[in-house]
Design a protein around this ligand. Structure first.
Ligand code: EMZ
Length: 385
């Protein structure tokens, strides 16, 4: 097996029964594994709500470490749509040429740095700083803030050896509270200030609502982006022909980004709470129990994707659900896509080859399933073109 491979642990369960079960902190989850069921249930917010106790739709559940409702993530339609309309234009800014120029400058500098160093531990030494620096563009805050965020490590709610870390979460909450207070006393053109000034149903957003959007922005796009960046590097290290292809046909890079998202599925799953007794795959689901929409499994469904376990750089039909599906599709997707697109372009322009020297896999423990999501560490040697 290649080092960059991400095996699909769900294959048998997906074809045999269509679901799997895991016990998450005594609040079990029925994981839906088929593409069709995942999409249908994601769309059906009446039976499968996101508006549960804050943290409960996340797997592993965050009910013990979070009280703030993430917005618009933990709200159902129609209110969801009203919140989403407020934040959507801000999250589309990565489409602007000036934004992309700044992001290109950041990523080029990061790549120049690793080329100069030669050998780098990619998670902490490349992907984390890249993610945090890029976040200063999304938030429109000073570049220097990225230093603080880098110091928090790859996940804001988890630390090494601990699934959920309340002390760590408090660092993020305190930081965000302080930023919201600063912006409310002295408004600028950053995301906190823009949200504080936004109108929702004829009134301004409250500080708690702004905090809900900010916590989502910090938490949702952190380990996911870091894993996507790290996995891209690992794949390209083992597939130099892909870099060559990007140099020859740069127009396929957009398709390659989608394919990477499908294959890597940086977010394994997202939960919902069942509102009334119902059934999926002939399996009874009780009201107030949890299900999850397993994006990672749906993205390997052979009924939808030919050769699902292979990366096909220019895959033609690619209805992947790596960014979720329906009402709650990923708000940060525009930003994430730009990061990956510019990363692939710049690597192709500057890097001749990469070599994986050493690595430790990051394996998610999902009861009967063990899923590799990326790496805890990966030492890579970068060679100039
Ligand atoms: C939540 C989630 C959102 C959660 C789209 O995903 O991402 C997770 O990484 C966070 O821990 O709180 O934001």
């Amino acid at each position: 097996m290649k080092k960059s491979e991400l095996p699909d642990p769900f294959g048998d369960a997906r074809s045999e029964k269509g679901y799997g079960e895991i016990n998450d902190q005594n609040d079990p989850v029925t994981m839906l594994l088929r593409h069709k069921d995942v999409r249908k249930s994601a769309h059906n917010y009446k039976n499968f709500t996101s508006e549960a106790v804050p943290g409960r739709i996340v797997v592993p559940s965050e009910v013990n470490i979070r009280e703030t409702r993430q917005i618009p993530f933990e709200v159902d339609p129609p209110v969801h749509g009203a919140y989403r309309a407020i934040v959507e234009p801000w999250f589309k800014r990565p489409l602007q040429p000036e934004y992309q120029e700044k992001l290109t400058a950041q990523i080029s500098a990061n790549i120049a740095e690793v080329l100069q160093k030669g050998t780098v531990e990619v998670v902490e030494g490349f992907a984390l700083p890249l993610q945090s620096k890029a976040l200063t563009l999304l938030l429109n805050t000073p570049f220097a803030e990225s230093k603080t965020w880098i110091s928090w490590g790859t996940h804001v709610f988890r630390s090494e050896g601990e699934a959920l870390d309340g002390d760590k979460a408090n660092i993020l909450y305190k930081y965000i509270d302080a930023q919201i207070d600063r912006a409310s006393e002295n408004p600028g053109d950053d995301m906190y200030s823009v949200l504080l000034a936004s109108e929702f149903e004829g009134r301004q957003l409250t500080k708690e609502e702004v905090k809900g959007v900010m916590v989502l922005t910090f938490a949702g796009g952190r380990d996911t982006v870091i894993n996507a960046v790290t996995n891209s590097i690992a794949y390209l290290a083992e597939h130099p022909e892909a870099l060559e292809r990007f140099r020859k046909d740069p127009e396929i890079i957009g398709k390659a980004v989608e394919e990477f998202i499908r294959y890597f599925s940086p977010l394994t799953q997202m939960g919902r709470v069942v509102t009334e007794d119902t059934q999926v795959c002939e399996h009874a689901l009780k009201a107030d129990s949890r299900i999850s929409l397993c994006w990672a499994s749906a993205n390997r469904d052979a009924g939808v994707f030919e050769n699902p376990n292979e990366i096909v750089l220019d895959r033609k039909m690619n209805p992947h659900v790596g960014f979720g599906f329906s009402h709650h599709n990923c708000l940060g997707a525009t930003h994430a896509r730009q990061i990956l697109k510019i990363l692939l372009q710049t690597l192709a322009e500057k890097v001749g080859s990469m070599e994986i020297l050493d690595y430790k896999e990051n394996i998610e423990d999902l009861g009967e399933f063990k899923r590799k999501v990326g790496y805890d560490q990966i030492e890579v040697k970068f060679n100039k073109l």
